[in-house]
Write a protein that binds this ligand. Structure first.
Ligand SMILES: Nc1nc2c(ncn2[C@@H]2O[C@H](COP(=O)(O)OP(=O)(O)OP(=O)(O)O)[C@@H](O)[C@H]2O)c(=O)[nH]1
Length: 442
């Protein structure tokens, strides 16, 4: 990803990881390597300068937290500051209304039509029904391109190459797809004059009344992405941005950092020409990968946070010896709430095995629901879950405002997890769960 930038940065990090002593000179050398890599990736010089200054100041003045070596400290500072360069937070696409209307904007060739196909597939995979309206009257072939690209994806497409009126197409498409969960509008990326293009965007926007306007920016233009995003933002409300062609692009770092700098949320990135080459953009994951540290780094960060919270050691002992109660599971859920679902956490560990299927379904929402259900249980029930049968299930469901099935689902999850926990005792601490546990212990 990002061609040379990834290669140079991971080389620098490897070099740093291999050093025995880290002193001022090493810090300066690392910073110089990072500067070189970022400038080559067209990151704005001012941003590079600010980043270098922050890394240097923190590396030379901050005390490493307890239990962290000076080297690990510098690695985590570089990581932190790089994540900041990309805007820190990840921004999810939330479909909270129906039909959720998305207006796609972007200059010709930016990858708009391709990205619409990718997003339609992404949303289908999540279970949403999707209709795509093609209003690009300048490139009638875009309709055919969309149809071909989404073939077999169960995505409905509307367009009419004979109709030269983009606004009329938008109106008709809007009416046609009222029953869909999401309607995506493709728009023209060119016009005789730029002002005509911008006017058409405004008029389309008035008809579609989008919940979200997504601007597609070609990542190969580097830091020019800033001007482009600002120009579009002036003409219409941009909700979010997708940066495309980051696979191997020499200037992708420049594009991402420039967009992040103006505060526009990057929701996805395009990483190739295939329909699956769309990734949710998460600065933390992205930087871990770019620095060649794998997702293990972000896991460590999270685990450190959690271990500070002093997870009850007896609970860990109980888990490891197979005496796993609902109370222990509650502790586990509280940790998961902080670290993300167990499956996700586990998948960050090298060689992590698959957890029981039910574990992968754990969303934050489910965790919250389970915690509420457990709040309605008695101490005895938490200690001895086997006593929870029919009337207790009904009482717990009523008390927690959930359904009997929810309580049963929680109990089933508990039993599956207990089974998985068995055999992960101290003697078998080599597996991924063992590694995870050891991190907690630390
Ligand atoms: N390598 C790579 N190529 C991409 C990516 N996204 C789009 N492309 C390619 O970029 C080219 C232009 O993409 P289109 O989707 O046709 O662009 P558009 O913005 O719809 O263009 P107009 O309809 O003319 O406005 C195509 O060859 C795509 O295959 C990506 O993430 N990586």
């Amino acid at each position: 990803m990002l061609g040379n930038l990834g290669r140079s940065l991971s080389k620098t990090m490897k070099k740093l990881a291999g050093m025995t002593i880290v002193d001022e000179e090493v810090v300066r050398e690392v910073i110089k390597d990072i500067q070189r890599a970022l400038i080559q990736s067209d990151v704005n010089i001012k941003l590079v300068f600010n980043l270098s200054k922050s890394i240097e100041e923190r590396a030379l003045n901050e005390e490493p937290p307890k239990g962290i070596t000076p080297k690990e400290h510098i690695i985590s500072i570089v990581y932190d500051e790089m994540v900041k360069l990309l805007g820190e937070k990840s921004h999810e696409l939330v479909i909270d209304d129906k039909p959720y209307r998305i207006l796609f904007l972007g200059l010709q060739g930016s990858g708009k039509t391709t990205t619409i196909g990718k997003l339609a597939r992404y949303l289908r995979k999540k279970g949403f029904t999707v209709g795509v309206v093609c209003t690009d009257t300048w490139r009638p072939a875009a309709l055919e391109q969309l149809k071909q690209y989404t073939e077999g994806q169960d995505v409905s497409i509307y367009g009419d190459p004979q109709n030269r009126d983009a606004l009329d197409l938008a109106e008709k498409g809007l009416a046609r797809f009222q029953k869909k969960d999401v309607i995506i509008f493709d728009t023209a990326g060119r016009h005789k004059e730029e002002k005509d293009l911008l006017r058409e965007m405004e008029e389309l926007s008035a008809i579609v009344e989008p919940h979200e306007a997504i601007l597609v920016i070609d990542g190969t233009i580097g830091q020019q992405a800033r001007e482009q995003a600002l120009a579009f933002r002036k003409a219409t409300d941009i909700g979010s941005i997708i940066v495309t062609k980051l696979d191997g692009s020499a200037k992708g770092g420049g594009a991402l950092s420039a967009v992040a700098e103006i505060g526009a949320p990057i929701k996805f990135i395009g990483t190739g020409e295939r329909i699956d080459d769309l990734e949710v953009f998460d600065p933390e994951r992205f930087i871990s990968r770019l620095l060649g540290m794998g997702d293990l780094r972000s896991l460590l960060e999270k685990v450190e946070e959690v271990s500070e919270e002093e997870i009850a050691e007896e609970s860990l002992d109980a888990i490891l010896s197979g005496k796993f109660t609902l109370r222990d599971m509650r502790v586990q859920f509280e940790m998961m709430g902080k670290m993300g679902p167990l499956q996700q956490v586990m998948s960050m560990l090298p060689g992590a095995g698959k957890l029981p299927k039910d574990a992968s379904k754990m969303t934050e929402e489910t965790i919250r629901k389970y915690l509420i259900i457990m709040d309605s249980m008695t101490e005895e029930e938490l200690e001895k879950p086997d006593i929870i049968k029919h009337s207790r299930i009904r009482r717990i469901a009523r008390g927690s405002g959930t359904r009997n099935e929810d309580v049963k689902e929680l109990l089933k999850y508990y039993r599956v997890t207990k089974k998985a926990m068995k055999g992960l005792g101290r003697r078998k601490m080599g597996g991924p769960m063992g590694q995870l546990m050891r991190q907690f212990m630390r």
